[in-house]
Ligand binder design. Sequence first.
Ligand SMILES: [Zn+2]
Length: 482
Amino acid sequence: MSGHWLGGSMFNFLRRQKQPKVFVIGLDCAAPELVFDAWRDQLPNLRRLMENGVYGELISSIPAITVPAWSSMLSSKDPGVLGFYGFRNRADYSYDKMTIATGAAMKEKWVWDILGEAGKQVILVGVPQTYPVRPVNGYLISSFLTPSVEKQYTYPHELRYEIDRVLGGEEYDLDVREFRTEDKDHLLQQIYAMSEKQFKVMRYLMDNKPWDFFMFVDMGVDRIHHGMWKYHDPTHPKHEPGNKYQHAIRDYYIHLDRQIGTLLERVPEETVILVVSDHGAKAMHGGICVNEWLRREGYLVLREEPEGEGPIPFDKVKVDWSKTRVWGSGGYYARIFINVEGREPQGTVPAAHYEAFRDELAEALRSLPSPDGSDIGTRVFKPQEIYREVRNIPPDLIVYFGDLSWRSVGSFGHGGIYTFENDIGPDDANHAENGLFILADPRAKGSGRRIAARQLMDIAPTILEAFKLPIPPDMQGRVIEG
Ligand SMILES: [Zn+2]
C-alpha cells in the first residue's frame, strides 16, 4: 500500500469527518423550568446535552407566539422586519380584512436558505410557516399550518411516497386534528400517534438522506400544554390534586426524550446540537373581554346590544364606527387597533392626537385590574418602540394581560369583562415569554453551565457560526458561545 495513497485518503477522510453538521431539536412551547429543573433527571438525553453544553432561557419574540416566533428565530429578524405580528394580520386599513401569515408571508431568508446557497444539504421537518412548500437544498416536510396532506406538504413532492411507504400507508399527521377537545384520552392518543409517525419518518430520513443541517419541530408539546396544563400545574386555578392526568405532560416529555435518543444515536459525533423552544407555558388564569372593556370605557360603540347565547364573535356585532375610537382582537395576547382619521375608512381619532391618545390608552390598559381589584402586571408595547422596522400593518398596541397569565377575548356575551371559559374551546395554558435553549458543541467542550437568557434571534447566527459561514449584517441576533 502506498503511503501517499493512504495519506491522501486519510486526509480526505478526516476532512470529511471534520465538516461540521448542525442538528436542531425544536420543541414548540417547551418550558425551561420543566426541562432544566423539575424533570431533568427523567430526561436522560436532554440532560446529557445540558451536561455537555450550555443552556438557558430563550426570550421569545413580542408577541410570544408560534408565528412569528420560529421565523424570527430562524431568520434573526424581529416581527416588525418580518412584517407579521401573529397568525392573523390586518391586510389593509379596513375593519375586517385579515390575512393568515403562512410561509407565503415570509419575505426574508431563513437560515436554511443561506445554508443551501452555501451548498449545505438540509432536512426540515415540521418547522412552522414552511407551507406553502418552497424548494430547499434537500428535503422538507411542512408543518401544522398545512391544510392537509392532500396538498403538497413535502419537498420534493415525491418524498410523500417514501413517507407513505415508511408509515405502511397510514396518513402522516401534520398536527393534532382536534386539540381543543374535552376528551383528553382522545387528545393524548392523537398527540402520541402524531409524534410516533414523525419520529419514524425522521429516523428513515436520517438513515437514507444526506444532511448537513437537520431540524425538526415537535408540536405535541404545545398541544399537550394547552390541553392539559390544569391537570399538571398545582397553581392553575382549576387544578385538582390527584387527578387522573396529573403526570400526562411529564410522561409526554419522557416519551419525547426517548424518541430524541433514537435520533441522537444517528447523529455523528462532531455535530453541533441545539435544543430550542419558541416560548414557554404558564397557567391561564382567565380571559379579559377586551372589546367589552373598551365598550364600557367608551372607546367602542355598538349600534345595538349584542344578542344571543354564549360568545358572540366581534364580526357578528354592529359597530358604530363613526363613534368608535378603539377595537381589539382576542388571542393569547391582545392586539389593539385605533380608528384613525384619514387612515381607517371612518376614522375618529385625529392623526395629530394619535400619540397622546395611544399613551392614554396604554395607561388605561395597564391599569385594568384583576376581578378582586389588584394589579395584574399587564405589559403594553408600541410596535415602533420594540422593532427595528415596522412593515405592513401592525396593531397599534400589543398587550400582555397579566404578563400573559390572562388571555384576550374579543367576543361579547360573557356577562362582564372577565371570563373563565375560553370562547374558542378548552385551553388551560398561555404562553410564557421565555422558552429554552441547549447548545451542545463538541468543539467547545461545554461545561454544563446554565448561562444568562438569550434571545430567539441569536439562534440563526449561532447556526451559521457553527458552519463557519459569514453572518449577514442585517441579522439582529448575536452568536451564543458554546
Ligand atoms: Zn409555539
